[in-house]
Design a protein around this ligand. Structure first.
Ligand SMILES: NC(=O)c1ccc[n+]([C@@H]2O[C@H](COP(=O)([O-])OP(=O)(O)OC[C@H]3O[C@@H](n4cnc5c(N)ncnc54)[C@H](O)[C@@H]3O)[C@@H](O)[C@H]2O)c1
Length: 251
């Protein structure tokens, strides 16, 4: 892919699952990757897999922490060219059993966190006159997902946010696009599915409902993220693309 060599990419939540796959792929394409995560051990394990990169302990729900760490990345590497807002979290349960405290926690990580990151990264990109942002939403944000009402609202919100910001910033050289994974075999999904026979049954029934007949893997999402981060995607803004084995198909 064109233009990734030497670029500086921040990937949030890259200490685990899909984000690790994205960080590894961007590094393979020649980017320097800053891993932002609250999971120190996971972030260090990711960095060990990268040819060039560094881990930063950043809680994306903390605006000041984002501002400070993004400034430090810019000081150290000389620019911030790519932002992948991947960190996410959910605790699945029927909406009527949830509490306002849980809503706040889910919204802080899946909605406010990415806003904190945009607000602090975009000024560097505007100074450079270019930058690529890829937001990781979910098919839950396109079609809903039982037990994930507030999470789905956040992911749907991120899809709308990316389109709106594309209208504001596209002509200033900032490309913002959204990628929606489907059910993917990661620690987050293991929490959602639960353990034992019930978890296995859910996995099997989801796999049956996916046209490609399997759950996603870390490297299933990494390619589209690298493409959208590259110069090959210079004329693409405000799009939402599912990488979910055909679970949802949009024209
Ligand atoms: N796994 C799936 O089935 C699936 C499906 C659709 C969308 N997604 C989305 O893909 C993204 C990655 O999910 P995953 O399955 O790899 O999850 P994961 O749990 O394996 O990894 C998420 C990472 O985010 C980090 N994180 C959580 N809160 C954070 C915070 N406040 N600040 C910084 N880092 C934080 C965690 O420490 C973890 O390393 C998420 O946005 C998720 O919503 C996942």
């Amino acid at each position: 892919m064109k233009g990734l060599k030497g670029k500086v990419a921040i990937v949030t939540g890259a200490g685990s699952g899909l984000g690790r796959g994205m960080a590894v792929r961007l590094a393979e394409e020649g980017a320097h990757v800053a891993v932002f995560d609250i999971n120190d051990a996971g972030a260090e394990a990711t960095v060990a897999d990268l040819s060039g990169g560094q881990a930063w302990r950043v809680d994306i729900t903390d605006y000041a922490a984002c501002e400070q760490a993004i400034g430090a990345v810019n000081d150290q590497f000389g620019s911030v060219d790519i932002l992948v807002n991947n960190a996410g979290w959910d605790k699945a349960m029927p909406f009527m059993e949830t509490s306002p405290e849980l809503w706040q926690q889910i919204m802080a990580i899946n909605l406010t966190g990415p806003l904190n990151m945009h607000h602090n990264v975009v000024p560097y990109m505007l100074k450079q006159g270019r930058g690529k942002v890829i937001n990781i939403a979910s098919d839950a944000g396109r079609v809903g997902s039982s037990g994930e009402a507030v999470y789905s609202a956040c992911k749907g919100g991120m899809i709308a946010f990316g389109k709106t910001l594309s209208r504001e910033l596209g002509r200033k050289g900032i490309n913002i696009n959204t990628v929606c994974p489907g059910p993917s075999d990661t620690p987050l999904f293991a929490d959602f599915a639960g353990e034992g026979e019930a978890g296995e049954k859910l996995r099997a029934s989801l796999a049956r409902s996916i046209p490609l007949k399997r759950l996603g893997r870390a490297d299933d999402v990494a390619g589209i993220v690298a493409f959208l981060a590259s110069d090959d995607a210079d004329f693409i803004i405000g799009q939402t693309i599912s990488a979910s084995g055909g679970l949802t198909m949009h024209g």
